[in-house]
Each structure stands twice: as C-alpha cells, then as structure tokens.
Design a protein around this ligand. Structure first.
Ligand code: NAD
Ligand code: UDP
Length: 330
C-alpha cells in the first residue's frame, strides 16, 4: 500500500515510516517542520535504503493537501500531525484547537473526496481522564483538563461521525500510552524543541548534564514507591502497532490501546536508566504536578485479540535505545 503519513518526520511518525518501508509498503510524508528537522528524512532513507515521498507542507492547508491527494494514488492515511504539549495547550488554546482539529478535518475531507478509505489516528490515553486503570477502550471519553486532551476527544468524535456517514470509510483510533525509546540504529528518536515536559526527554537532558537535576513530581501517591506510575511503550513497538492498524481490513470505527499493559514508576524508570546506561541522573523529590494521576496503564486485551498487537520491548530496551540516540546527537 501507499500510505500518506502526516507528521511523518516527528518522533512517532518517523519510526512508523521506517516500519512501513521495511515491510514493503510505500510512504508519502507530509510535515511542516514545526517540531521536526528535515534531516530526519535522510536518516529514514539511511535506515531503510528506501526513499519515501516528502512534502514540506501544512496539513491544515486544504489547497496543498488537495494537490497532494489529487496527484498520488493513496491507499491509506496515518495522521500524526498535531501539537502535543499539554502545558502549552493551556496557554495557547486557539493554536492547539486550530492546528489539531483543522488538520484532522482537512485530511479526512480529502480522504472522503479521493476515496481513501483507511484512516489511522494518533489519539491518546488522555481521553480516559482520571478513570481507574486498567483503562479499557469501551470506557467513556472523559472531559480532560486541557485543550490538548480535548482536541483528541473531539477528533475521535469527528472521525466517528465521518465513518457513520461514509460506510466504506474505516477509522482506527489508536490511544497511545507513554511512548519512549528510539530506533536501535540510534539515528532517529525523540528530539523535542525547547525544554521538555515529559519524563524521558527530561531524564536524557539531565544525563547529558544540560539540566542539573530531575524534579520527581511527588512521592506520596498510592503506588509501590509513592511516585507516579505510567505504561511506557517502546516507540518501535508503537510504530508496529500502526502497521497492524493500517493493514487491518475492516469498515467502521475501531479503537485500540497501544501500551504494554503494565506500569513503571518514575523512580523505577530513573533507576533502570542509571543501571543500564551507567550514567548518573541526579534527582530531587518535589511536590506533585497539577493534574497528574497516580497510576495509568492500558488494558491490552482488545488490541491483542483483534489487532494481534503485543509490545515486545521492555523498560531496559527503552532506556538503552533512548540514551544511544541522545549520545549520537551530542
Ligand atoms: P512530534 O511533535 O514529534 O511529531 C508531530 C509532527 O507533526 C512534527 O514533525 C510536526 O512538525 C508535524 N506537524 C505538526 N503540525 C503540523 C501540520 N499542521 N502540518 C504538517 N505537519 C505538522 O510528536 P509525536 O510524539 O511524534 O506525536 C505524534 C502524534 O501522536 C501527535 O498527534 C501526538 O498528539 C500524538 N501522541 C503523542 C504522544 C507522545 O507522548 N509522544 C502520546 C499520545 C499521542
Ligand atoms: N514526571 C516527573 N518529572 C518530570 C516529568 C514527569 O516526575 O520532569 C513524572 C510525572 O509526574 C508522571 C510521569 O513522570 O508521574 C510521566 O510523566 P509524563 O509527563 O512523561 O507523562 P504523562 O504524565 O503525561 O503520562
């Protein structure tokens, strides 16, 4: 198949393009470089020995997208393009609603117009709000406390309505848990602009000596060591989940969690990082971060049964591969 990948130069998109190319598919990347660098394209070519299509274009631009769809035979779309920083979405709500909603609507509109009937969307465990884990796909969408989460829930609803109105259109909503790690080549990985918010990019900057210490947000949660527990998933596993989703032959809407089904605390992750990589990560326990839940992990029964998806990599692989990519950047 020929798959259009919006946001294909970003963290998850680039790994997914590699998996698509390595399993015999073709890919066309659309990215506006808002949060990525164009040399990721060369790295994808270097890893795979193949050269996907590339358009430096904005997915919210209906005319540009029409041009791309009209000139290529596209069999499916994986839509990653969007803004993703939760905290920033609170201070820039209009930018987040506009970029995330409009890009999804424009791409879906072109799919309907050009009869591209497979659409895979990057959703997030954030749509579960503060429900008790393990989180199951049939739980209700909960209101989230930030515009980023709202955009994910809204796009899920919009795509569901588009699928209802167009019976041949299939939508797969993938709810990611906490993607970390990097490709084993060390050539592509997570390279956020500015000061990171998420745990792993922060740990990497501390390990590199760029930031003095990690603030651990709370050690008084009801968890085994008191620190927050999350379901970290290796980005290559996550990318393979997209391959399964785009290859799945079904009409209508399907929803799958992409996680490992088990949780790791902040201190477990940090201590595994220190042990596996032999580098120090100074940290200090500070107060809880607003809006954080104690524990979040996926119920993976449905994605295993219906999608045949099972994460293969563990926390040691995630911290090793993430550090290897980070060292290569230095
Ligand atoms: P990323 O920022 O690394 O990748 C997103 C890419 O989209 C970037 O390359 C950016 O330049 C591009 N982009 C943004 N707006 C665009 C637009 N209008 N037109 C074209 N390109 C545009 O982020 P990521 O971590 O790879 O996340 C990919 C998707 O997965 C996002 O939708 C994100 O919300 C979702 N997601 C990510 C996580 C996570 O923890 N990384 C968790 C859940 C969901
Ligand atoms: N966390 C932390 N220090 C940081 C960043 C995150 O202690 O600098 C904790 C956070 O409180 C949570 C876990 O690490 O328990 C994962 O946070 P992240 O932001 O990566 O993911 P999310 O909370 O969005 O699932």
């Amino acid at each position: 198949m020929n798959i259009l990948v919006t946001g294909g130069l970003g963290f998850i998109g680039s790994h997914t393009v590699v998996e698509l190319l390595e399993s015999g598919h073709e890919a066309i990347i659309v990215d506006n470089l808002y949060n990525s660098k164009v040399d990721v394209f060369d790295k994808i070519c270097q890893i795979t020995g193949k050269s996907p299509g590339l358009f430096i274009a904005d997915a919210t631009d209906a005319a540009e997208m029409d041009d791309i769809f009209s000139k290529h035979q596209i069999d499916g779309v994986i839509h990653f393009a969007g803004f993703k920083a939760v905290g920033e979405s609170v201070s820039k709500p209009l930018e987040y609603y506009r970029n995330n909603l409009v890009s999804a609507m424009v791409v879906a509109e072109k799919c309907v117009k050009y009869k591209v009937n497979r659409f895979v969307f990057s959703s997030s465990a954030t749509v579960y709000g503060e429900q008790e884990p393990p989180l199951k796909e049939d739980s209700e969408l909960m209101p989230t406390s930030n515009p980023y989460g709202e955009t994910k829930a809204m796009i899920e609803r919009i795509l569901t309505d588009v699928a209802k109105a167009n019976p041949e259109f299939s939508v797969c909503l993938l709810r990611y848990f906490n993607p970390v790690g990097a490709h084993k080549s060390g050539l592509i990985g997570e390279d956020p602009n500015g000061i990171p918010n998420n745990l792993m990019p922060f740990v990497l900057r501390v390990a590199r000596g760029e930031i003095e210490k990690l603030n651990v947000f709370g050690d008084d949660y009801d968890t085994p060591d008191g620190t927050g527990v999350r379901d970290y998933i290796h980005v290559v596993d996550l990318a393979r989940g997209h391959l399964k989703a785009i290859e799945k032959d079904s009409a209508g809407v399907s929803v799958y969690n992409l996680g490992t089904g088990s949780g790791t605390s902040v201190l477990e992750l940090v201590n595994t990082f220190i042990r596996v990589n032999g580098v120090d990560v100074p940290y200090e326990i500070v107060g809880r971060r607003d809006g954080d839940v104690a524990t979040c992990y996926a119920d993976v029964t449905k994605s295993l049964k219906e999608l045949g998806f099972k994460a293969e990599y563990g926390i040691e692989d995630m911290v090793r591969d993430a550090w290897q990519f980070e060292k290569n950047k230095c």
